[in-house]
Design a binder for this molecule. Structure first.
Ligand code: DX5
Ligand code: ZN
Length: 219
């Protein structure tokens, strides 16, 4: 199933009104993307487990948790136990991605592997059979509002080719600078899940922004 997934990132939302911000896109979005940063893996600090636990009670939209943290083996399973739909950890921070993916699935979530801007994807293609989502950063992880990097689409094409060749069901997600003027080329390259922070929450009508992105993401 290649139906596009649109995942607004609450990093660009108003953190003092999170439940309302999520409610605003509840009927049009597929997942809500939650960016967890620890000020170690990336030079920025955001939110963590308590917010995911609270959001889980506030909405039925599947939570797509993106962990930009060191030591994901220690922290990631807690997010699965908190009811996250998908928990994505970074390849650069993990010794054994297949083992952590297995742990996450056992804890009740899908498992995602993320590849940052400066990381080649080839060494990680072998893990595709063990994961549900592969996230290709189209910026350097750490901050919202950065410009989309079309140079990353080569990785997206490589991964899509491998997923197709092996007949796998892995979602191929892109994150960073996804907006009305970039989503079509990412879809064209083979992405089928799209994170958008600024393009959704920076819009005057976030729900309409999601609908617009969806229309542009059809392959
Ligand atoms: C950045 C985060 C992204 C961020 C994207 O490291 O992983 O999810 O929210 O924000 P935009 O869509 O503004 O690039
Ligand atoms: Zn993210």
């Amino acid at each position: 199933d290649r139906t596009p997934i649109i995942a607004p990132s609450i990093l660009a939302a108003d953190f003092s009104r999170l439940a309302d911000e999520v409610a605003a896109i509840e009927l049009t979005a597929d997942w809500v993307h939650v960016d967890v940063m620890d000020n170690h893996f990336v030079p920025n600090l955001t939110i963590g487990l308590p917010v995911v636990q609270s959001l889980r009670k506030a909405t039925n939209v599947p939570l797509d948790v993106h962990l930009m943290i060191t030591d994901p083996e220690r922290w990631a399973p807690g997010y699965a136990e908190a009811g996250a739909y998908n928990v994505t950890f970074h390849a650069e921070a993990c010794e054994n991605p297949a083992a952590l993916a297995k742990t996450l699935r056992a804890a009740g979530s899908k498992a995602g592997l993320a590849i940052d801007r400066d990381t080649p994807v080839e060494p990680y293609l072998e893990f595709l059979p063990y994961i549900d989502t592969l996230l290709i950063m189209t910026i350097k992880a750490g901050f919202g509002g950065q410009a989309f990097m079309p140079e990353m689409l080569g990785k997206v094409r490589d991964v899509r080719r491998r997923i197709r060749a092996k007949g796998l069901e892995v979602r191929l997600e892109v994150d960073g600078g996804i907006a009305a003027d970039t989503i079509a080329e990412a879809a064209e390259a083979g992405a089928d899940a799209f994170v958008a922070g600024t393009a959704v929450y920076g819009a005057s009508d976030p729900a309409e922004a999601v609908r617009r992105l969806r229309a542009l993401a059809a392959p």
